[in-house]
Ligand binder design. Structure first.
Ligand code: FNR
Length: 370
């Protein structure tokens, strides 16, 4: 194998290394996986309008997220069960994020607990929350995350039921022996250890609260002082309600195309959500970000930053912590190069005019000659 030169290359390596059940769980989308392909394809329909002859000898990629300064607008999305990818699992991801000076979001369904991840050392970390039917369990977990130094809650709102991921059904997906959902260890919540379809789908059906609604965002805010990011918004209508409900931010996400198939790619939904938020709260994006150019496009369309999901588990499978570090480094380098070649020296210089999309009115066409 030659040198790895881009983020996408880790997927093939992970596929070779991982058991089929695990690889399929990480890679899959829902049903026809139309949205899965679209999350990538849509980026290729956005082109640049670079500006030239600007002194780009110094590029500043730093930014502030919910008041926390980070080295670049590239963060880590929550992905469940990282110890299936590598024995170091979430520990490796936490260390890689921290050494890159960026934020890691820990999944509720991590194979390491909030306390264990905190024990890896300093770092800015968010906690992703699934709301269980048993609200005492939720309240306890939120308190533990806060005590462990987590700085925000990413409340996942697109999963009242699990999307239909057909390879997980075929594979009878379950958590491999020896691993547990560490944040729930010792609680009598049922395990994800046997199933006649997808073990995870059954687990969600048993445990996750389908009644979750906007009033619960207020409830959640009443039991924690951590700011709440609403993860899974795809429309301007919901962006407005998120603002009214006191959310500190929005993550435009289709859950890596694993929930409702045939929703648009997140990069195409982004602008309408940004409009809905009216500049009152920051809007972030995840889904299909694999290149520095993708990061730039998201920022040009109004995102305050992006998160990556699968690149983390695939690089973890290939090379553990070193792999995740390399993914973050490659995206950083590509993003910096994109800024330089577009004539942007800081994030605030990235504007809507630096990109042109399919849905823009045609510009600069020659006037028709009669
Ligand atoms: C996820 N995602 C996710 N989201 C969440 O809120 N809680 C979770 O536990 C998980 N788990 C999870 C596992 C795996 C294997 C994947 C691929 C995704 C969704 C994740 O946070 C994010 O929205 C997407 O992964 C972003 O898309 P990309 O970067 O994977 O294309």
């Amino acid at each position: 194998m030659g040198e790895i030169t881009n983020v996408t290359e880790y997927q093939a390596i992970a596929k070779e290394k991982l058991p089929k059940m695990v690889y399929d769980y990480y890679a899959s989308g829902a049903e026809d996986q139309w949205t899965l392909a679209e999350n990538r394809n849509a980026f290729s329909r956005i082109l640049f309008r670079p500006r030239i002859l600007i002194d780009v000898s110094r590029i500043d990629m730093t930014t502030t997220v919910l008041g926390f300064k980070i080295s670049m607008p590239i963060m880590i999305a929550p992905t469940a069960m990282q110890k299936m990818a590598h024995p170091d699992g979430e520990y490796a991801t936490a260390r890689a994020a921290s050494s890159a000076g960026t934020i890691m979001t820990l999944s509720s369904w991590a194979t390491s607990s909030v306390e264990e991840v905190a024990s890896t050392g300093p770092g800015i970390r968010f906690f992703q929350l699934y709301v269980y039917k048993d609200r005492n369990v939720v309240a306890q977990l939120v308190r533990r995350a806060e005590r462990a130094g987590f700085k925000a809650i990413a409340l996942t709102v697109d999963t009242p039921r699990l999307g239909r991921r057909e390879s997980d059904i075929k594979n009878r997906f379950v958590l491999p022996p020896g691993l547990t959902l560490k944040n729930f260890e010792g609680l009598d919540l049922g395990k994800m250890d046997e199933a006649n379809d997808s073990g995870l789908a059954s687990y969600v059906a048993g445990q996750i609260d389908r009644t979750l609604s906007w009033k619960d965002v207020k409830w959640l805010q009443s039991i924690t002082s951590m700011p709440i990011l609403v993860k899974g918004v795809l429309t301007a209508e919901d962006a407005r309600i998120a603002v009214q409900s006191g959310a500190a931010g929005i993550i435009v996400s289709n859950h890596g195309a694993r929930q409702l198939d045939y929703v648009p790619s997140t990069i195409m939904a982004l602008e309408e959500v940004v409009k809905g938020a009216q500049g009152r709260i920051p809007v972030f994006l995840d889904g299909g970000v694999r290149r520095g150019t993708d990061v730039f496009k998201a920022l040009a369309l109004g995102a305050a930053g992006i998160f990556i999901g699968r690149p983390v588990v695939f690089s973890l499978a290939a090379e553990g912590e070193a792999g995740v570090r390399k993914v973050l480094q490659m995206l950083r380098d590509e993003f910096e190069l994109t800024m330089a070649l577009s004539g942007c020296r800081s994030l605030s210089e990235i504007t809507r005019n630096h990109v042109v999309t399919e849905w823009d009115a045609p510009r600069g066409l020659p006037a028709p000659r009669l």
